[in-house]
Design a protein around this ligand. Structure first.
Ligand SMILES: NC(=O)c1ccc[n+]([C@@H]2O[C@H](COP(=O)([O-])OP(=O)(O)OC[C@H]3O[C@@H](n4cnc5c(N)ncnc54)[C@H](OP(=O)(O)O)[C@@H]3O)[C@@H](O)[C@H]2O)c1
Length: 263
């Protein structure tokens, strides 16, 4: 799609990847509706974006929050693209999570983007060449200890994106799924960062992920996985999951040490 002059909603723009994405899209000439929850982070974000950017604060885990964002979107003119990027992370042992925390994570990271997608599809259909971008995670493609609930949400989102894209079949907005690998943002807890350091997990800067999303939009790329090694692991996991089982088993005591007591 042509980004210059396009009107684009970015959810979770007050976060690391969303903020970098908003700045990259603004630089490409898009006009933006930027969403977040935290007022102070929104104020700091707006200071880095062109005047005329529309902010919207809403908790997407609630029906009221989703209605607020949709009201704002509908009142400001037609959208050409929606990037559903907001999410809450979680690193910890599944058995130590409360039932409430599991439900909240699925609500924010899977149900909220599905319901927002449902609401924005009809208006996007009115715009030729429009796009819906779902931001997933490598952890939704490869089940990883310490990320069972988060991986379930992101795995669900990946399948949702694929099914929806095939259902629309070229007669509506393009549905794009972008899957970042570990990225240096506030999403990763101190424990997750310590584990990543010890396991020598490569982390991207948020600007790298933002550039990949801009490229996916500009070139209509339906599936994007960041990282060469991660691309390979995703493929190996799909055809030879036992190989990945063994590779992860060798790191399990380290992962468990960092994940324990985090919930
Ligand atoms: N960082 C990584 O390692 C990594 C790796 C793979 C995929 N991803 C994915 O990349 C996307 C962006 O993550 P990030 O790393 O940029 O995380 P981040 O810096 O923590 O930003 C998360 C964003 O989501 C918003 N958000 C969270 N829960 C919300 C809720 N209930 N209602 C409304 N907004 C909510 C936050 O709003 P406030 O800050 O205003 O509260 C913030 O804008 C997510 O989908 C994430 O799963 C991240």
């Amino acid at each position: 799609m042509k980004l210059a002059g396009a009107r684009i909603l970015v959810t979770g723009a007050t976060g690391g990847i969303g903020g970098a994405l908003a700045r990259a899209l603004a630089k490409a000439g898009a006009s933006l509706v930027v969403h977040g929850r935290d007022g102070e982070r929104m104020r700091r974000l707006l200071a880095t974006l062109p005047a005329g950017t529309t902010p919207v604060l809403a908790d997407l885990a609630t029906p009221e929050g989703r209605s607020a964002i949709l009201a704002q979107v509908h009142s400001g003119g037609a959208l050409d693209a929606v990037v559903l990027n907001a999410a809450g992370g979680h690193f910890g042992l599944y058995e130590e999570m409360s039932a409430e925390a599991i439900a909240a994570l699925i609500q924010t990271d899977l149900l909220a983007p599905m319901l927002l997608a449902h609401a924005v599809l009809p208006p996007l259909r009115q715009r030729p060449g429009s796009a819906l971008v779902l931001v997933g995670s490598t952890l939704g493609q490869i089940g990883h200890p310490g990320f069972a609930a988060y991986g379930a949400a992101k795995g669900g989102l990946r399948t949702f994106a694929e099914a929806l894209s095939r259902e629309i079949g070229g007669e509506g907005p393009r549905v794009l799924h972008v899957s970042p690998r570990a990225t240096r943002t506030g999403m990763n807890s101190a424990a997750a960062q310590a584990m990543n350091r010890e396991l020598k997990v490569v982390e991207d800067a948020p600007e790298v992920v933002a550039a990949a999303i801009v490229d996916a939009l500009a070139r209509d790329r339906p599936r994007v996985q960041l990282g060469l090694a991660e691309k390979l692991f995703v493929r190996v996991n799909a055809v030879l999951p036992g190989v990945v089982d063994r590779a992860i088993a060798g790191k399990l005591s380290t992962i468990r040490r960092h994940a324990a007591g985090q919930s």
